[in-house]
Design a binder for this molecule. Structure first.
Ligand code: F6P
Length: 744
């Protein structure tokens, strides 16, 4: 519509200017014509009474004079007539205008001098009038007096106004006709063919091959363009088919899971059907940075993003997530989509907008004050509010509708992330029973007694069991879920197949321990210089350096970590001045009071413990409370002699695996909470119970005192595990499982 306006508006403006110009000239001509006509008439009338006036003035015949001026009232548009004596005194005047005192000294002097008539436009009461004064001369050309005739000119104004009206009506009809004709022509030659092409593309995108025939028949240049576009689209299909076939062949040869192997798997198994991933957190956020006064692109601190990002980079597809960045709206197209990563586009990110109220109820309220503490055994009481639950349902519905809009015609694959979307599986399945849906639960699943606290347990389980596959990190989480389904909802649990059957849908429950993108790369020059920079800036020379990277969350055991470091320094004075622990902490969910209070508590504790142990310039804890990108974090991992992951309860914890991935020189020790899912795989980490500050502090000492060879051996073993069970292995296993459940 905007384009059509852009096209027609200039035409309409030009036509308006031309017609208004012509109208103006026409009115001017008409005005002049009417004025001329009036002048001629006034002169003729004045001259016609000149002779009678002469007699009247010579004979001072007042009676005839009266008769003469009164006869004027009958003339068309004439207001009256005045006869003056030679001194300019009114001799006689038409009664209707008896208050008229027009003739003034200068006019009189002028006419006496020139003996020529004089006219002018003037006002009399509410009338616009025209006056014409004619000197009356005797036979020797001496002035005897004057005759003045007066005409009403308002009829001219009426005539000109009518003329303007006619011009305006003509112009309006013309403009409407031109607009309608342009719209019709545009529709015929542009809008309809484009609409046909758009429909064609929609069917093509959705894989509705049967609807692509017959191809679009258009003539002329536009027709040529359409046929070219059709060719490109069809070649794309052929190319995809070839890629799928060759991917199948390559897949059989490779052993270790890599980005390439995963891409081959997706191409071989999914073929032309792209993957749809849904998560609350988006992989890239556009945020306005007030300190530099412009928008910046950030990678949120999130386990989901760390895990899913390499998969979509490898496979393409569409990632649907909440657009939470305050500048996000400035970077999407009309369908709220953008290609990501922006500098090397690999997949499409579709941003879903939520109102503040929706974010409050669905994200902060139900997801993070309800389900999050419910699933993490950290003794923070879950809060379930009816209003939050209602909003949570609405937001799940909103996501479902957006996903349904995107799905191809047949057998789509949808991969849902986490506790934010427990209802999505069922909502999608109701509309698209042919969809194959997996849900991965990134946090722990509690036992049935704990889950039974949730007032909406039935609806949540019912929603989740709309999926074909539910993945957890650990077998124990799978067992808890099967127990929960068995006890809390009407269903049949098959303990051999590890599945739950409800409403004729069978949902398979499987453990898929999540991981990271393990790359065996040497430290780059850039990283070396960055490490040197950090070493100098933070005064780390000759220090034993520890690292912790966490979102500020009560599940991460940050308080316990600081207390353990404090105790370690109390008991091991030889480490004073020699030991520095860098804690990178990303603020998170800060609108929730528990998180807000935790931030203040940590600030306070770090300050107290640093004050207690500090000596000159040295302090044991460097607390960096801000968001760091993965690229910024990596030099700290490389630099650190040990890393502490102190989660009180955690689904997996990818920081542990990221640290291991960065240690290509094997020089590093991992101190890992036994309550993080990662502890099941990483048996060579120094494992601790973070609740026991005593044990924790001893574990730090133990880790630091390990012989170098032992440290290297442990790190080597853990690297082998992460290398084999990397993120591509995780995604490959889920996709293999998911595609084997494919609906036909
Ligand atoms: O890994 C669990 C998880 O809740 C993810 O779902 C989430 O992306 C991450 O932690 C970070 O939390 P948030 O997205 O609420 O900042």
């Amino acid at each position: 519509m905007k384009r059509i306006l852009l096209f027609t508006l200039p035409i309409l403006i030009i036509i308006t200017i031309i017609i208004a110009g012509f109208g103006f000239l026409q009115v001017r001509f008409e005005e002049e014509r009417l004025m001329d006509e009036l002048k001629r008439k006034a002169r003729a009338v004045a001259e016609s009474v000149e002779l009678s006036a002469k007699h009247i003035l010579i004979n001072k015949d007042h009676k005839s004079a009266l008769k003469l001026v009164e006869s004027f009232q009958k003339r068309e548009r004439a207001q009256g007539c005045v006869i003056y004596d030679k001194d300019g005194q009114i001799f006689v005047i038409t009664e209707k205008i008896f208050e008229w005192k027009n003739i003034n000294k200068t006019d009189l002097a002028n006419i006496l001098l020139t003996k020529k008539p004089k006219d002018k436009l003037d006002k009399y009461k509410e009338y616009s009038i025209y006056s014409y004064i004619l000197p009356v001369l005797d036979d020797e050309s001496n002035i005897l007096g004057f005759v003045e005739v007066i005409y009403d000119t308002s009829y001219m104004f009426v005539t000109l106004t009518q003329l303007w009206k006619r011009i305006t009506i003509t112009l309006t009809i013309l403009l409407i006709s031109i607009t309608v004709i342009t719209l019709l022509i545009q529709r015929q030659i542009f809008v309809l063919p484009v609409r046909r092409l758009t429909d064609w593309f929609k069917h093509f995108q959705k894989g509705e091959i049967d609807k692509l025939r017959p191809s679009i028949l258009e003539e002329g240049e536009f027709g040529k363009l359409i046929s070219e576009v059709e060719q490109v689209a069809l070649s794309l299909r052929v190319a995809r088919k070839v890629v799928t076939d060759s991917a199948k062949i390559r897949l059989e040869k490779e052993e270790l899971w890599t980005e390439k192997k995963l891409r081959d798997l997706v191409q071989a198994r999914l073929g032309e059907n792209a993957l749809f991933v849904v998560s609350n957190r988006e992989p890239f956020m556009h945020v306005f940075d007030e300190t530099i006064g412009k928008d910046v692109l950030i990678r949120p601190a999130s386990g989901v993003v760390t895990a899913i990002d390499p998969i979509l980079r490898a496979c393409g597809g569409t990632w649907i997530a909440h657009g939470a960045g305050n500048s996000d709206k400035n970077y999407v197209n009309s369908k709220n989509k953008l290609g990501v990563p922006p500098d090397d586009i690999r997949c499409i990110l579709k941003r879903i907008w939520l109102t503040k109220e929706e974010e409050d109820g669905y994200y902060y309220g139900f997801s993070n004050e309800g389900l999050w503490p419910l699933c993490h055994v950290t003794h923070t009481r879950p809060s379930f509010r009816e209003n939050d639950w209602n909003i949570y349902k609405e937001v799940n519905r909103k996501f479902a509708e957006n996903i349904l809009d995107e799905l191809p015609a047949k057998n789509p694959f949808i991969f849902i992330q986490d506790y934010h979307f427990t209802l999505l599986g069922k909502m999608i399945k109701e509309k698209r029973p042919d969809a194959t849906i997996a849900l991965f639960w990134h946090i722990p699943w509690p036992n049935p007694e704990v889950f039974a606290i949730c007032p909406y347990q039935q609806e949540i389980l019912d929603g989740m069991l709309g999926c074909d596959l539910i993945g957890f990190h650990l077998q124990s989480h799978c067992n808890n879920f099967l127990d929960t389904a068995n006890r809390l909802i009407e269903s049949r649990v098959d303990t051999e197949k590890f599945s739950v059957i409800r409403n004729n849908i069978e949902t398979f429950i499987r453990p898929f321990p999540i991981s990271v993108d393990f790359r065996n790369s040497d430290v780059t020059k850039n990283e070396i210089s960055k490490i040197e920079e950090i070493r100098n800036e933070l005064n780390l020379k000759d220090k034993i350096i520890g690292i912790g990277v966490d979102r500020i969350d009560y599940t991460k055991g940050l308080i316990e970590k600081i207390l353990a470091i404090d105790k370690f320094l109390d008991k091991n004075l030889q480490y004073k001045n020699k030991f520095v622990f860098i804690q990178i902490a990303a603020p998170s969910r800060t609108h929730i009071k528990r998180y807000h209070d935790l931030m203040a508590e940590i600030d306070d504790l770090v300050e107290k413990k640093n004050w207690k142990h500090s000596n000159g310039n040295w302090k044991p804890i460097i607390y960096m409370k801000r968001h760091f990108s993965p690229e910024e974090i990596k030099p700290y991992y490389i630099l650190a002699d040990f890393c502490i992951v102190s989660s009180l309860h955690d689904g997996m914890n990818l920081v542990a695996k990221e640290y291991i991935t960065s240690k290509s020189d094997l020089n590093g020790t991992l101190i890992l909470s036994r309550f993080a899912g990662a502890a099941r795989e990483l048996m060579d980490a120094v494992q601790v119970n973070p609740y026991s500050i005593e044990e924790f502090s001893e574990a730090i000492k133990y880790a630091l005192d390990l012989p170098v060879e032992e440290k290297r051996k442990r790190m080597g073993n853990m690297r082998k595990i992460v290398k084999e069970n990397n993120i591509y292995h995780w995604a490959g296993s889920i996709i293999t499982e998911l595609t084997s459940l494919r609906k036909t």
